[in-house]
Design a protein around this ligand. Structure first.
Ligand SMILES: Cc1cc2nc3c(=O)[nH]c(=O)nc-3n(C[C@H](O)[C@H](O)[C@H](O)COP(=O)(O)OP(=O)(O)OC[C@H]3O[C@@H](n4cnc5c(N)ncnc54)[C@H](O)[C@@H]3O)c2cc1C
Length: 485
């Protein structure tokens, strides 16, 4: 791990946004490091593209293999790529120092220094808490896709897929092509959505997503039996999943199942940005929090740009354009481009961004999750790490708990390994619902580093400064900090 050097740009995440940012930054002569916890570049969409055991290209589809040229350009870009590197901290420059990125690799923690940071850490699946979702056999649809892409694994037995959104259609087709037996699809898109999204149809019809989306939906419907407008789901079983109970049109039904895959869209992964101190705001259209950024991805903190899904969900092709814009902005800030060159370079990327963002409003409005699946009933566990139920959260709110941060002291909710990634939005929704206020008024957890698990051994072995030692122990005046081993 390159720790002594200060890079011009550190890019956090090697998905489409990070890879395209790296290609543009290195082309402008900026020394660039790209950090990512995966074993190979690609991010979520192009995960394992260099190593996937799936030789039949039709299983993952044309959009997946588009990533090969991007990964190829990235490999030849000259950026230093650090795979298997988990980022747990991001500290803004103090006085005349630089950005300091806390990372762990192979059980050892260290810091990477950079003048400018492009955060491109992507998205995560929106939590879909239902009764029984902690049973073995129930998992996020994204997890099943990860197993398919990276290991060619397909769930055996009867698979039930539940939720809503374009990625759900994609996963159904990919799994079915790979040989999975999809017993039922429980589509939770509420009744009447086509009517309420009427005003967005025109832009969507002209967008690059319309034909592709229609093809996917038709293929998914041909390959699996759909139940529409499902408004309640429960995973049932004693030690593992045995059946999925659901309600549609007022009727209760049940289907035997060995695997239940849940998905209700994706939301920006905000933990790093929020813990670094960026302004984070509620996005009503996407029903999630996102960091505030300008047209070039510049965040509220000088020297930190955010690109791709980490700044708001837009998909892989938008992420590529945003990555380029962020790199040009970094080059401008670092004095590598003058104002005229910056303007000229960003024009093409802005056109691309506009092209790939067309139709997005339709997707957001059509697949915004319904309240039934964002505000769970009392018995549902919402914080999986600390096993806290929605009922316990409601009780705390009614006792006068002021918000998500005080809830941590009441119930330890959001204090486990995932640092609120699984429960943050549900806690926000429960407060908003109970208090009859908007999510923005509730706010989000105050996040702190490390945002990913870090062992005490790794922490203790980090190089110390005199100030950091003095912060925890009283030292004799003659004490000097020993050199890091
Ligand atoms: C589970 C999942 C599956 C998806 N599958 C598809 C798909 O098949 N097709 C599609 O069109 N869209 C898919 N998407 C949507 C996808 O997010 C975007 O289309 C696209 O990948 C966004 O690109 P990005 O560069 O912004 O982020 P990503 O591609 O998500 O890349 C972010 C990268 O950051 C890394 N990272 C994040 N946090 C850390 C950390 N703390 N330390 C180190 N590395 C970190 C991740 O490992 C990842 O490689 C998926 C999203 C999710 C959440």
């Amino acid at each position: 791990m390159a720790t002594q050097h200060t890079f011009d740009v550190a890019i956090l995440g090697a998905g489409p946004a990070g890879m395209s940012a790296a290609c543009s930054a290195t082309a402008l002569g900026l020394s660039t490091v790209v950090l990512d916890e995966q074993h190979s570049p690609g991010g979520q969409i192009y995960r394992a593209i260099e190593t996937s055991p799936l030789t039949d290209r039709s299983i993952l589809g044309k959009d997946y293999w588009h990533g090969a040229s991007l990964v190829d350009n990235f490999a030849r870009s000259g950026a230093i790529y650090e795979p298997r590197t988990t980022i747990w901290g991001l500290t803004p420059p103090q006085a005349d120092s630089h950005w300091q990125i806390g990372v762990s690799r192979d059980g050892a923690a260290s810091f990477v220094d950079a003048r400018h940071v492009v955060l491109a850490t992507g998205a995560q699946e929106r939590p879909m808490p239902i009764p029984g979702w902690t049973l073995p056999g129930v998992l996020g649809a994204g997890a099943a896709q990860i197993l398919l892409k990276s290991s060619g694994l397909v769930p055996s037995g009867r698979v039930v897929v539940a939720g809503s959104g374009p990625l759900l259609f994609l996963l159904i087709t990919q799994l079915a092509r790979a040989g999975a037996r999809i017993a039922r699809v429980l589509d939770t898109t509420p009744r009447g959505r086509l009517r309420t999204t009427l005003r967005h149809w025109g832009a969507f019809a002209l967008s690059p997503y319309a034909a592709k989306g229609l093809r996917l939906a038709l293929e998914a419907c041909a390959k699996a039996k759909f139940e529409r407008h499902v408004d309640a789901i429960e995973a049932a079983g004693s030690t593992h999943l045995e059946a999925v109970r659901y309600r549609t049109g007022g009727r209760e039904r049940s289907v035997a199942a060995d695997t239940l895959l849940l998905h209700q869209g994706i939301v920006p992964n905000i933990n790093l940005a929020a813990a670094a101190g960026c302004t984070v705001q509620w996005d009503a259209q996407q029903a999630s929090f996102r960091p505030r950024v300008d047209a070039f991805g510049a965040s509220s903190i000088y020297g930190l740009s955010i690109a791709g899904d980490a700044a708001g969900i837009g998909g892989a092709r938008m992420a590529e354009a945003q990555g380029r814009l962020a790199a040009f902005h970094a080059a401008y800030v670092l004095g590598r481009l003058n104002a005229a060159e910056f303007k000229q370079r960003t024009q093409e990327a802005k056109r691309e961004l506009a092209h790939w963002s067309r139709g997005r409003a339709f997707v957001d409005a059509m697949y915004c999750p319904s309240g039934t699946f964002t505000i769970p009933d009392d018995r549902t566990i919402i914080c999986r790490c600390e096993e806290v139920t929605a009922g316990a959260v409601r009780k705390a709110i009614r006792m006068g708990c002021q918000g998500p941060n005080q809830l941590k002291s009441f119930l330890r909710c959001g204090m486990g390994l995932c640092q609120g990634r699984f429960c943050g939005l549900t806690v926000n929704a429960l407060f908003a619902h109970e208090r009859n206020i908007v999510p923005e008024q509730v706010g989000y957890y105050r996040l702190r580093f490390p945002i990913k698990p870090l062992t005490l051994g790794e922490l203790a072995a980090l190089p110390q400064t005199l100030q950091s030692v003095q912060a925890v122990v009283r030292l004799p005046a003659s004490y000097t900090v020993p050199a890091a081993s």
